[in-house]
Design a protein around this ligand. Structure first.
Ligand code: OGA
Ligand code: NI
Length: 197
């Protein structure tokens, strides 16, 4: 596992956007996707907001995704396994990179066809806790013509990442502007942030 962690961290250090195809075991990815589809069918997903605390707003012209927070208190085997892997990753990251991460938050995310998230950075203006953004994609057989790419705005280029099943993305929350383009199919992921308080 630590070898996989190192590969993600090394690609992050080289290009500012770490990527891995093997961070989560395939069975965990499949179980999390099944959870997300159940939550969607049971109408438990909620519109995501922008901003934080008292300034939180729901603005569909900015962001159209539906979310549900993962939580150890949900007593779900796949979520707990996900958090176990995350705990190991954070221990490894903190001991090799002195990042001082003290917590995290992750939600299931579903973009219905045509919805999007306009260009933004992930760190709130009124709360600097978010250090790293991590996204785990849950979409089998995703084709480029399905759209839904994550566009990351670097100084000299725009990087396009398609939300393919099993792919993980890792970048600093305060630096890189990015956006989620509309897709032709439901676009599913686990999205979250490593925090330092
Ligand atoms: C976000 C975000 C990117 C993605 O939720 O803040 O930028 O690819 N997500 O889902
Ligand atoms: Ni974002």
């Amino acid at each position: 596992m630590e070898i996989i962690f190192d590969a993600l961290i090394e690609s992050f250090l080289e290009t500012k956007v770490g990527m891995s195809e093997h961070f989560l075991p395939a069975a965990v990815t499949a179980d999390l996707k099944a959870n997300l589809l159940n939550l969607y069918t049971e109408n438990k997903l909620r519109s995501a907001g922008t901003g934080n605390g008292a300034v939180a707003v729901q603005d569909k012209s900015m962001r159209g995704d539906l979310i549900f927070w993962l939580d150890r208190n949900n007593n779900n085997a796949a979520e707990n396994e996900f958090f176990d892997i995350l705990d190991r990753f954070i221990n490894h990251l903190n001991s090799t990179c002195y990042t001082g991460i003290t917590g995290y938050e992750f939600h299931y995310t579903l973009y219905e066809p045509g919805t999007f998230y306009k260009k933004h950075v992930d760190r709130f203006r009124n709360n600097p806790a978010r250090q790293f953004s991590m996204i785990f994609y849950l979409n089998e057989n995703w084709q480029q013509e399905d759209g839904g790419q994550l566009c990351i705005y670097h100084d000299e280029e725009v990087q396009q990442i398609f939300p393919e099943n099993g792919k993980s993305v890792f970048f600093k929350s305060d630096q890189l502007e990015h956006e989620v383009c509309p897709a032709k199919k439901p676009r599913m992921s686990i999205t979250g942030w490593l925090k330092r308080n």
